[in-house]
Design a protein around this ligand. Structure first.
Ligand code: ZN
Ligand code: ZN
Length: 412
């Protein structure tokens, strides 16, 4: 005998299969599986047949262990194939939930026969269905990151598909001051719908999230989507320059091939935002985006309570350059965030007087710097602040994010 069948038969003899299984007839699948890891490069029915023929075992009416489960492989394959026909995918993985009674009989048998090189029912079932479906569907079995996992419940003849999400990376610009990054519930009804929000339940009609997400949801026939931004700007802050990196995650998409050029045009029909640099992404990139600490450039239009000579303004502003400021969580976000003091570096800062009461200030600062508070001091919570150093009350009238330095790091 070749292909390691000799070893399999030896192992079966050693386990005294003929005597111990005399009242428990097994099918070739189940018999072979008991020695599934004794030799490789064979399927279980070949192992089982060799054992049965060598030891002169009877093939019973019905397998004591699986009760004919393996005769149903074709049926299970058909069921999964039918489910998969409704979606687009390139790779798949079969999983199965086996009747617990079969699993417990199997486990008891391993103990009783003192076996250690067995294969479990589930593993054979998954592999065999996969082998049938690969040529039929023209798709491949993939263990690490399959597009879809088909879970077969053999006790209830039920298939459940887990369709893995797709991810799209891009950068967005925002040209208006009344669109938040994500949806806000209406402040009057908290999302229920009322007169004030036109029964939308939303404080703002649109968000960056849904202006980008909705067209993709429709295009991919997904069930839902999540928006992951590399930080966020306040609702009244424009996002300019090269835009802010984001990853859109589409859940349970029925369609996975996306014409990104077409989608870019579609999203950019909105006058509020613009997306660029669209490309396929991954969950890993979401994690990277969430932990990235990019420097950002801002332009602030600042109102001064009293006129300040330009020379003084420039001197005071330049004293911040390269310095660290301490910011206690601003009063305006204290409800949502932990109250703590954090240090942020102002890498670059320049000021120009526009008129007696207005200055334009360009700032390049570390991720998470509260720019409005850097200017107005937030009643002493940010130290030092422009207001404190000038000795003149001042506040941000308009703020724009001019760029996010994700490529050139701190020196860009
Ligand atoms: Zn069986
Ligand atoms: Zn409302």
């Amino acid at each position: 005998m070749s292909n390691g069948l000799g070893e399999v038969v030896e192992a079966a003899k050693k386990a005294e299969i003929a005597e111990r299984l005399s009242d428990k007839p097994l099918c070739d699948h189940c018999l072979g599986r008991l020695f599934g890891k004794v030799s490789t490069g064979l399927d279980n029915p070949s192992r089982g047949r060799a054992i049965r023929e060598s030891l002169g075992l009877e093939l019973g009416e019905k397998c004591w262990l699986c009760e004919g489960l393996f005769d149903e492989i074709e049926k299970f394959s058909d069921m999964i194939e039918e489910e998969l026909e409704n979606i687009e995918y390139d790779s798949f993985l079969v999983g199965s939930k086996i009747d617990p009674e079969i699993e417990s009989r199997e486990e008891n048998l391993w103990v009783e026969l003192d076996l250690h090189n067995f294969e479990i029912t589930k593993a054979e079932m998954n592999r065999e269905i996969g082998k049938i479906l690969e040529p039929r569907t023209g798709k491949v079995v993939e263990f690490k990151r399959p597009d879809v996992v088909a879970l077969m419940n053999t006790a209830f003849d039920d298939v459940e598909l887990t369709i893995n999400p797709i991810f799209v990376y891009g950068r967005y610009k925002k040209f208006v001051r009344d669109v938040p990054q994500t949806t806000w519930s209406c402040r009057s009804c908290w999302g229920v719908g009322c007169e004030k929000c036109d029964n939308t339940g939303k404080e703002y009609q649109h968000s960056v999230k849904d202006l980008i997400g909705e067209p993709f949801l429709v295009e991919t026939d997904s069930e839902d989507y999540s928006f992951h931004g590399a930080g966020r700007e306040d609702v009244d802050v424009k996002m300019l320059g090269r835009g802010r990196p984001f990853v859109l995650e589409l859940s349970r998409p029925k369609k996975r091939t996306i014409d990104l050029e077409k989608m870019q045009k579609e999203v950019n029909r909105s006058e509020a935002i613009e997306v660029t640099d669209l490309k396929p992404s991954s969950r890993k990139e979401v994690a990277e985006l969430k932990t990235a600490r990019y420097f950002k450039s801002y332009k602030a239009i600042v109102e001064l309570d009293q006129p300040v000579p330009e020379q003084k303004l420039k001197e005071v502003v330049s004293s911040f350059k390269g310095e660290e400021i301490a910011q206690q969580t601003p009063a305006r976000v204290a409800k949502r965030r932990a109250d703590k003091v954090r240090k942020r570096t102002i890498q670059d800062i320049e000021a120009t007087l526009l008129d007696d009461g207005t200055a334009e200030i360009c700032i390049k600062a570390e991720a998470g710097t509260y720019i409005k508070e850097l200017v107005n001091g937030d009643e002493g919570r940010t130290k030092p602040s422009l207001a404190e150093m000038l000795g003149v009350g001042c506040r941000v009238r308009f703020l724009d994010v001019m760029d996010i330095h994700d490529e050139d790091g701190e020196d860009g």
